[in-house]
Write a protein that binds this ligand. Structure first.
Ligand code: F3S
Length: 432
């Protein structure tokens, strides 16, 4: 048997020794070994039981996952509080694909999607509507509160839960987060400790207006990497939480910082819960200073490579909503697209445009007349993960454009600021 370095409770030790069966013992060993690598002192009980899984896709080539899931099911392992999961990869009605792409998606890449979703249900997936990376939005309702210990892995959800909700979560890996959710424990290290939540960087915002959230997050992520930034001077541009625009801003900034770097926690002076409670006490004595002004935002924006083969050609597809849009963002984009088209006198957007949001947000939006207004612009509304769509040679080589820095980072998609993207989509501006 594996000899743990950390201290375990008698119950945890008995699980490791096999008292609850071989499968639970193996899961426990994985979690304990994981904690031991990071010198965790012990396993903490999860105080918020609903998990969130990063692996939502039935990729055919991910062969080890299927027998593993089968073993969990056979052993009767199920997450006590259930879990939500990242978005699905495909939704052809709302994000079209040609026959070859469909074939590749359904038979080759995501050939085991249906089977995998069936498995997820058996181990605790909450519902068919549980597929979104923004599980913490009110419509989805998977939102731990301040101080809760959780074990998620989706980087954009982890950074939101830690920073905006004040929960305690490490940047775990896929599958390990499922084991921890089922066992109801997480090793105590990193963001689960007070010391691990202190800031290594003091980021000073000196811009003339609110910086684009996705570029600010990118700038911070590329500078601090996996360290914790304490952001000063951003509060003058933001209303207090839970204002809808602030929620959306912090969601997008965090996702960009987590993907352009590896940020798992940030504090915003005067806004996020721990910063409001502890203020400058959260900043380490030897914190490094990073000043962000208009020139720095522009420098970072200009540094993004354009990976298109034909850089001056029009985009073929636009994605808005990575991470998934909030309800307010969906409404704002509908208004902006409609007004923009009116302005340019065009009837439809210049390219196939997909807005993405959680199924519950989409459902709520579809029940309003605003949905028809959005469709009238020619846009489509889906709940997929645009990255899962684009992360293959067939779709990835299309000229994709997006206002998501995460999508830009992981694919050949070209980044555009919100205003720039709007101008291109309504035909006011051409690609330069
Ligand atoms: Fe969400 Fe997929 Fe983007 S999981 S953050 S929509 S890459």
């Amino acid at each position: 048997m594996y000899q743990p370095k950390m201290e375990l409770t008698p119950e945890q030790l008995s699980i490791l020794e096999g008292a609850q069966g071989e499968t639970r013992a193996k899961m426990m060993e994985c979690v304990v070994r994981y904690g031991d690598i990071f010198n965790a002192k012990r396993l903490l009980p999860l105080t918020y039981k609903t998990g969130h899984l990063v692996t939502s896709f039935g990729i055919s080539m991910l062969t080890p996952i299927y027998p593993l899931m089968e073993e969990l099911i056979q052993a009767g392992c199920k997450a006590e509080g259930g879990f939500t999961a990242d978005p699905r990869p495909m939704e052809f009605d709302n994000c079209s694909a040609n026959p070859l792409e469909k074939l590749v998606f359904k038979k080759i890449i995501y050939g085991r999607q249906e089977e995998y979703e069936g498995m997820l249900k058996k181990v605790g997936l909450l519902s068919d509507d549980s597929f979104s990376c923004t599980c913490y939005l009110p419509e989805v309702g998977n939102a731990p509160k301040e101080g809760d210990v959780i074990a998620w892995a989706e980087s954009s959800a982890v950074v939101y839960a830690n920073s905006v909700l004040g929960a305690k979560c490490n940047r775990n890996s896929g599958v390990l987060e499922l084991f921890m959710t089922i066992l109801g424990v997480a090793p105590e290290f990193g963001f689960l400790t007070d010391e691990g939540r202190k800031a290594d960087y003091r980021v000073i915002i000196r811009t003339s207006k609110a910086p684009e959230a996705q570029i600010l997050g990118s700038a911070i992520g590329m500078k601090v990497m996996e360290k914790v930034p304490y952001i000063i001077g951003l509060d003058k541009f933001l209303e207090q939480l839970p204002d809808d625009d602030t929620v959306a801003y912090l969601k997008d900034m965090g996702a960009a910082s987590a993907s352009n770097g590896a940020v798992g926690l940030y504090h915003v002076d005067g806004i996020t819960p721990e910063a409001k409670r502890l203020g400058a006490k959260l900043i380490k004595d030897n914190a490094i200073e990073y000043v962000i002004d208009d020139a720095e935002i522009e420098r970072v924006y200009k540094s993004y490579p354009i990976m298109w083969k034909h850089k001056d050609k029009a985009p073929q597809r636009a994605f808005i909503g990575c991470p998934h849009l909030s309800y307010k963002q969906l409404l704002d984009w509908t208004n902006k697209l409609e007004a923009g088209l009116k302005d340019t006198g065009r009837k439809k957007l210049t390219c196939y445009t997909v807005l993405t949001a959680a199924p519950a947000v989409v459902k709520k939006f579809k029940a309003t007349p605003d949905y028809d207004r959005l469709l009238a612009t020619g846009a489509h509304l889906a709940s997929i993960c645009p990255l899962m769509y684009a992360d293959n040679p067939l779709c990835g080589m299309k000229r994709l454009i997006t206002n998501s820095n995460k999508l830009r980072t992981y694919t050949f998609a070209r980044y555009a600021k919100d205003e720039e993207l709007l101008s291109i989509l309504v035909g006011k501006e051409r690609i330069k």
